[in-house]
Design a protein around this ligand. Structure first.
Ligand code: AHR
Length: 512
């Protein structure tokens, strides 16, 4: 395996043959120690619009097939995606959520107002047990976001004890009374969310102290060592990261968050399906900013944590557009087009290529909200182009990163230009090499020649996700307009692999 990696790092390179759109990908010195953490492929489910209620959760009296109220079709779809981790219950909602409202007999649970998202009544019928048992069905890690903004230190300490403590204690007794004997053993904990904004409008120095205070009382158990994640910066707010790292000792935190949404303009976000190429171009520009943000936040972390113990956790990312016409503006329901497939393709490649530091990320959000992988309409459910990209890319989960050097390739619109090609590569436990390639250019094909040199690959196979128009999407009337198909324009002759990458396409190749 090691030999394969070394020879691959030495010899694998990619050359574009057409001068007009010439591109070269060169595999850098491969470090077999860098693993692409599968949690980079995580998701986010907030009590927002129809993500939980009317999305995941339809209740156990629903005609829609369900297990304890959670839709079976959603469970199956997310298992096929190999969902590794799911963040809950927010988002902004998390800092208004009091977990004790969501346990015990459902009919006796108090109702609250979801002040962030449409001021709708939240009846707390989906709570801690529902979420953690759902994660068991999904076979994924739960990631709980604790309430720092309007909660108390005691409340969060109690939640940890309620879900994790195995011996006798006030909270484990309460859990058992509510029907759950065994602790769930929740490892991943967010300590507040967007503390600079909806999580309390705090200054970074103040939040750093809050983090220190709250985490002091979040106890490990014999079986579960907590992974504590500090509420992080928005996009390029490097002062936030710097201040936290200066004020919180590395041994006290395991991850620091960062959020970035690809938004054209917060006042004029554009329609999710009815947009121009110019608007698409700006969205891509915003999506590409993730590269700069991850690089610069990582550099700050390197300064305080050269051993890379602290993970950069991008626990909210994705495209954000105007809500679908006629839907509640507070519910953030939007369609999902090939534009979103491009965001997913390049963002996941960025995360893969920064796997030394980015070890957890969550797409916002899983069902019916923002850049969702699943949309539902009563009993119907569809998979979006973003779902398909995440499914195609799951071959990278826990695989060894093969770093690439990608030379400049231009997607030109008017006087502006952007990097057209994004790529990442890895080798899995069975020795299969996967290369994921994205061409965001709206009209230009790229022909890529990959020199595998002395490698003895016998075959190349692959799948492609593409469509004629940027605005193309799956709908409840046409569920499978966009889905991955066999990729036929990759050919291996000796050591040369030739790939023709159509405009707006995502391709994942497998070399054996
Ligand atoms: O994902 C929607 C919202 O975006 C989240 O609740 C919040 O954290 C962010 O501002």
């Amino acid at each position: 395996m090691k030999k394969t990696l070394l020879s691959l790092s030495t010899f694998l390179f990619v050359l574009m043959s057409y001068s007009q759109s010439s591109i070269k990908l060169i595999v850098k010195e491969s470090d077999p120690k860098i693993i692409i953490n599968k949690n980079i492929y995580g998701h986010f489910a907030e009590h927002l619009g129809h993500c939980i209620y009317g999305g995941f959760y339809v209740g156990d009296t629903s005609k829609i097939k369900n297990t304890n109220g959670v839709r079976n079709d959603i469970i199956e779809a997310l298992k096929s995606l190999k969902i590794p981790i799911l963040r809950w219950p927010g988002g902004c909602f998390a800092d208004t959520y009091h977990w004790k409202d969501g346990i015990g007999e459902k009919s006796k649970r108090p109702s609250i107002v979801n002040t962030n998202w449409g001021n709708v009544t939240e009846d707390n019928s989906f709570g801690t047990h529902d979420f953690l048992n759902m994660c068991k069905l999904l076979d994924c890690e739960p990631y709980l976001s604790g309430n720092v903004g309007s909660g108390t230190v005691q409340e969060l300490a109690d939640w940890v004890q309620y879900v994790n403590f195995d011996n006798k204690s006030p909270m484990s007794d309460l859990r058992k009374k509510n029907g759950q004997q065994e602790p769930w053993g929740v490892k991943f904990w967010g300590v507040g969310n967007e503390a600079w904004g909806c999580g309390g409008n705090m200054k970074p120095e103040f939040y750093a102290d809050k983090f220190r205070e709250y985490t002091t009382f979040m106890n490990n158990t014999n079986k579960t060592q907590l992974f504590k994640i500090a509420s992080g910066a928005s996009g390029g707010d490097y002062n936030w990261t710097e201040t936290l790292m200066k004020n919180i000792p590395v041994g006290m935190l395991d991850g620091i968050a960062m959020h970035h949404y690809a938004v054209i303009d917060w006042q004029n976000k554009s329609d999710a399906t009815d947009f121009t190429e110019q608007q698409y171009f700006i969205t891509m520009k915003e999506a590409w900013k993730m590269e700069e943000f991850v690089t610069k936040h990582s550099a700050i972390l390197d300064k305080y944590d050269p051993k890379k113990k602290v993970a950069l956790v991008v626990d909210e990312w994705g495209g954000w557009y105007d809500v679908e016409k006629g839907t509640n503006p507070g519910f953030l329901y939007q369609q999902n087009t090939m534009r979103d497939a491009m965001i997913a393709g390049i963002t996941l490649n960025i995360f893969n290529n920064h796997a030394d530091r980015v070890r957890l990320a969550c797409l916002a959000q899983c069902v019916n909200v923002l850049q969702a992988v699943i949309l539902t309409d009563k009993e119907k459910m569809i998979l979006t182009p973003t779902y398909h990209v995440m499914e195609m890319y799951n071959v990278h989960q826990d695989a060894k990163l093969i770093p690439l050097n990608v030379s400049k390739s231009n997607y030109v619109l008017g006087k502006d230009s952007l990097q057209a090609i994004s790529a990442s590569a890895s080798v899995d436990a069975n020795g299969k090499t996967h290369i994921s390639l994205v061409n965001i250019d709206a009209s230009k094909e790229q022909t890529i020649s990959i020199d595998l040199s002395s490698e003895k690959y016998k075959s190349v196979t692959g799948r492609i996700l593409t469509s004629a128009k940027l605005q193309d999407h799956n709908s409840f009337d046409e569920e499978n307009k966009i889905k991955p198909v066999i990729f036929k324009t990759a050919s291996l002759k000796g050591s040369i692999l030739t790939v023709q990458l159509p405009p707006i396409s995502v391709v994942v190749l497998e070399l054996k």
